[in-house]
Design a protein around this ligand. Sequence first.
Ligand SMILES: [Zn+2]
Length: 191
Amino acid sequence: MNPKRFPLKRSVPVNSPPTIAAVDSFRDLADGNSAYVANFPNASLSAIPRQHLAVVTCMDCRIDPLAIFGLQVGDIHVMRNAGARITPDMLRSLIKSVNQLEVDRIAILHHTDCGAAKVDLPGLRAKVLAATGSDPADVEFHLIGDHAAALDADIEAVRTCPYLPVGTAVAGFIYDVTTGVVTPHDSTFVG
Ligand SMILES: [Zn+2]
């Protein structure tokens, strides 16, 4: 992490430090995991996704990529960020997915009512500044203006990536968070 871009020491202390141990913020996770391991069903899964598919989607909590496509754990790679944008780090993961882990098709799943399309950059910067004392002027948030154009750009970023084999299939979809319907947007091949 670049300390210049993400200063560990805030320039203007706004909030008081927490008075509880940080681990206390995560107690519910330990409880949830105890229940999970009691009947753990995935001990013999391969790291190679059975469907040879990577799904890039948004971090939005309404999106369940496996359920949306009727898939199971072990079937696909799921890669998420704010907005399902094809950023340099998303490409890093896709390059590994395709070249190392036998994925040969990439689905980019944008969605309706996406926060990346609703937030305005000056407002977001002002919120960060107010909460932390630091202005994220040099953070690229990859916000969405025109949604179709953004999805086109993301498909194109994958299609033209020089580190993905020619012929890798790539498609864009829009997921409707109110109906569950996935609508195809466009599809092509890397090349
Ligand atoms: Zn979103």
